[in-house]
Ligand binder design. Structure first.
Ligand code: BG6
Length: 488
């Protein structure tokens, strides 16, 4: 067979991925408004006790924070100071040979309260500088419009994405940045891990759990508004940047049945539908799947739609599917199964897999499985825009950092990507998560490090902020140079 892809295609987009609230810092500089992410406080393991890690915040907690009754540390406010150090950081990405850099725009830098008519020029100017710097090195920006944050005002005053008015404000924000950066940015993503609206309603949709009657109902309504907003954004970009590519983004998980008991298999199918396919069915196929309509009926969930919503969803579908992939899960119909944690979902312990130090099950083969499943179902290009290992790193006295565990994790995942390409999957790029150490989304800690570049800062924001190349830095450089052939 001549027409088979046996390896990474020419022009494959290698790079790294970040989010504004996890790197930028400067949370109140140059006119930026408060964002929902600025309210998430760091809690050490001792402070947290047995409670699960959460990045969810209630209205009552926000009141306390705004009234200065909370003396906590808020790492997403200081990030890793990318706002002032972007030149140095981008130069390091260029040294690794990045073809693409995924970043998000902080909506509250452009519209500090979210509901203004006119944008904040200083906020727009900051991203101009970042894009210019990337261009200097021929690194393409891949921009997420909404990555786990929104202007805090929209959450407090409007109830977040549950309120339909937020659609127009988002589209106005999206059109503002499309017009401004139309010559600089050709790859866009609408919502990071759109599944988060359901699993983490505050983080994903700005919903304050203590201010709504039924969180699940509000979250599904919010998600509907995000679907419509995303589709309207596609409509706008087709006019403003006709040669742009715009994708949806999914936290992708493979969910195995624990046994061959048909009940477990059915349970895994249902969970995969609800955790993965629902979102892409709406955003790529363009309509609500019947299994979800059935779920709504059986669970008394009512989605309020406007008459034109269905045709908007149908007409403005996404160009590609982007996904994050960290782990697989197992589901069991038994009640006593031992549980493990994950980024958005938890599951049952898989005896065949090792776990990261944060209990995330490491499973490169499941990446191949999910790529195949997504491609079989939708036949649109796939882009892995997050993958990586959060680990504790140790910096030696001479400034070196040996992280063979990270290299091993990434190597095994890249090998499986290659297998998926051989299976026929159209994979266009790979941006590993956190190419430079950053603030963790789920735990707001600094010590959960993903980077090829070490940042000297602790969980409380102490440190020189100096950047150091880890062993994996040199390894990833070789991977990119050889277009994924040299993984040694
Ligand atoms: C994804 C998010 O869920 O996982 C990122 O899109 C996040 O923002 C990443 O950082 C890793 O999760 P964590 O909790 O280890 O930072």
């Amino acid at each position: 067979m001549q027409d088979m892809n046996l390896t990474f295609p020419e022009g494959f987009l290698w790079g790294g991925a970040t989010a504004a609230n996890q790197i930028e810092g400067a949370y109140n500089e140059d006119g930026k408004g408060l964002s929902t992410a600025d309210m998430v406080c760091y809690q050490s393991k001792e402070e947290r006790g047995d409670r699960p890690v959460t990045y969810e915040v209630t209205g009552a907690q926000i009141e306390e924070i705004l009234n200065k009754k909370n003396s906590g540390v808020f790492p997403k406010r200081f990030g890793i100071d990318f706002y002032h150090r972007y030149k140095e950081d981008i130069a390091l990405f260029a040294e690794m040979g990045f073809k693409v850099f995924r970043l998000s725009i902080a909506w509250s830098r452009i519209f500090p309260n979210g509901d203004e008519k006119e944008p904040n020029e200083a906020g727009l100017a900051f991203y101009d500088k970042v894009f210019n710097e990337l261009e200097k090195y021929n690194i393409l920006p891949l921009v997420t419009l909404s990555h786990y944050e929104m202007p805090l005002n929209l959450s407090l005053k409007y109830g977040g994405w549950e309120n339909r008015k937020v659609i127009d404000m988002f589209v106005h924000y999206a059109e503002t940045v499309f017009k401004r950066y139309k010559d600089k940015v050709k790859y866009w993503i609408t919502f990071n891990e759109i599944n988060a609206a359901l699993t983490s309603p505050y983080t994903g949709a700005g919903i304050l759990a203590d201010r709504v009657d039924n969180v699940q109902q509000s979250s599904f309504q919010a998600l509907h508004h995000q679907f419509v907003a995303s589709a309207l954004t596609v409509k706008s970009i087709r006019k403003i940047i006709p040669d742009a590519k715009i994708g949806c983004m999914l936290s992708a998980v493979t969910i195995y049945p624990e046994t061959c008991n048909p009940k477990d298999s059915l349970d895994s199918l249902k969970k995969e539908q609800k955790s993965n396919h629902f979102y892409t069915d709406v955003q790529v196929r363009g309509y609500y799947p019947n299994y979800m309509k059935r779920f709504f009926l059986e669970n008394n969930i009512e989605i309020k739609k406007e008459p034109k919503d269905d045709s908007i969803l149908k007409e403005y579908t996404m160009d590609f599917i982007s996904l994050s992939y960290y782990m697989s899960l197992v589901t069991s119909t038994k009640n006593d199964a031992k549980k493990v944690s994950g980024n958005l979902f938890g599951g049952v312990k898989n005896p065949y897999l090792e776990q990261s130090e944060w209990g995330w099950q490491i499973d490169p083969i499941a990446l191949r499985i999910i790529l195949n499943r997504l491609y079989d179902r939708y036949q649109v290009p796939l882009f892995i825009v997050e993958n990586g290992l959060g680990a504790y790193d140790k910096i030696e006295e001479d400034g070196s950092i040996h992280d063979p565990y990270r290299i091993d994790y990434l190597r095994k995942h890249i090998e499986q990507m290659k297998e998926a390409i051989k299976d026929g999957v159209e994979l266009i790029g790979y941006t590993s998560w956190g190419p430079i150490d950053l603030i963790s989304a789920s735990t707001s800690e600094m010590s959960k490090r993903y980077g090829f570049i070490y940042v000297d800062q602790d969980n409380y924001g102490n440190g020189s902020l100096e950047r150091y190349r880890k062993e994996s830095f040199h390894w990833y450089k070789k991977v990119i140079e050889s277009n994924g052939e040299d993984l040694t």
